[in-house]
Design a protein around this ligand. Structure first.
Ligand code: AMP
Length: 271
C-alpha cells in the first residue's frame, strides 16, 4: 500500500475513534478554570496521549466554537481566558481586586488586558495545565510576552505543547461572524443569528437560557479588537512557527467542516 494510502486510513480511523468517544463523553465543567483553583471539576478523565493545544486566530475566526467541538472529541479541557474574565464580570457584588476591575474595563473596550493581570490569573490556575484529558488554550497566549511566560512555566512543570492551531479567515468574514454572534449566559455555547441559529430564536439549545450579545462584539469594540490582534497577537504566528508547532487551518465553512479539517491535521501531526 502507498504511503499516502496509509496516511488516509490513519486519519480516518483517528477521526472515527474520536467521534465515537464523543457520543459517550460527559464534558468537564471547567470549574477549576472558571471559578479559580479552590473549585473542583466534575469530570476529569485521564486519556493516554492528552492533547495540549493552543488555538490562535483573530477574534471571530471561531476559536471558541472550535474549542467546544474539539473538547468533546479530544476530551481535553477548554481553557478560555476570555471566559474567566466574563465569569468574573458576571459576579456582580463580589470583591474584585483593583487589577481585576481594571482588567474588566479593558475587556469592555475590546482592548487587551495587561499581561501581568492575565498572567497572575493563568498562573494561579496552572493545575489546569496538568488536566488528565489535556487542554485547549483559547485566547491565551495573546502576546509574545504571554507566550514566553507560558513556555517557561511549561518547561518548569515538565509539560509540552502538542501543537498550535492557527485559524485563518478573511477580515470581512470575521466582522460578519462577530456582529452576529450570540452566547449562552450559562454554558457559554456560541451561536450565530444566521450561520448557526439556535432551534428557538434567542435561547440556548442545551440549557434553554436566554442568549446575549457580548459587549465586545459591538461594532466599536470589534474595530479595537482587530487592531489589538494585528499589533499584539499576529506576531505569535512567527513565534510558534520557529518552535515548529504551528498548524494553519482554514476557518471558512461550517463549524463541523472546520473541526473535521482540524482533526485531520492533528492526525497527520501524530501519525
Ligand atoms: P476572548 O473571549 O478570548 O475574545 O476575550 C475577550 C476579551 O478578554 C479580550 O478582548 C480581552 O479584553 C480579554 N482577554 C482575554 N484573554 C486575554 C489575553 N490572553 N490577554 C489579554 N486580554 C485578554
Amino acid at each position: 500500500m502507498s504511503v499516502e494510502g496509509v496516511t488516509v486510513i490513519t486519519v480516518r480511523s483517528f477521526v472515527l475513534s474520536y467521534i465515537s468517544r464523543m457520543d459517550r463523553q460527559e464534558q468537564n465543567d471547567r470549574a477549576e478554570w472558571l471559578l479559580g483553583p479552590s473549585a473542583k471539576c466534575q469530570v476529569v478523565e485521564e486519556v493516554d496521549h492528552p492533547w495540549r493545544l493552543v488555538l490562535l486566530g483573530a477574534p471571530g475566526v471561531g476559536k471558541g466554537t472550535q474549542a467546544d467541538l474539539l473538547t468533546r472529541r479530544l476530551r481535553a479541557c477548554h481553557l478560555s481566558t476570555g471566559d474567566v474574565f466574563r465569569a468574573l464580570s458576571g459576579r456582580a457584588g463580589c470583591d474584585l481586586s483593583p487589577a481585576m476591575k481594571t482588567a474588566l474595563e479593558y475587556m469592555r473596550r475590546g482592548d487587551l488586558v495587561p499581561d501581568s493581570t492575565v498572567w497572575d490569573m493563568v498562573r494561579e490556575r496552572n493545575g489546569c495545565l496538568h488536566c488528565g484529558g489535556g487542554f485547549i488554550l483559547d485566547g491565551f497566549p495573546r502576546t509574545v510576552g504571554q507566550a514566553e511566560s507560558l513556555r517557561r512555566l511549561m518547561v518548569n512543570e515538565n509539560l509540552e505543547l502538542s501543537a498550535v492551531i492557527n485559524y485563518v479567515l478573511p477580515v470581512n468574514e470575521i466582522v460578519a461572524r462577530l456582529s452576529g454572534r450570540r452566547t449562552c449566559a450559562k454554558c457559554k455555547s456560541v451561536y450565530h443569528v444566521t450561520e448557526l441559529p439556535p432551534k428557538v430564536a434567542g435561547r440556548c439549545d442545551r440549557c434553554d437560557v436566554e442568549l446575549f450579545q457580548r459587549e465586545d462584539d459591538r461594532p466599536e469594540s470589534i474595530k479595537v479588537r482587530l487592531e489589538a490582534y494585528d499589533r499584539s497577537t499576529a506576531p505569535l504566528i512567527e513565534f510558534y512557527e520557529k518552535l515548529d508547532l504551528l498548524m494553519p487551518v482554514a476557518a471558512s465553512g461550517t463549524p463541523e467542516e472546520i473541526c473535521g479539517r482540524t482533526m485531520a491535521a492533528l492526525a497527520i501531526r501524530r501519525a
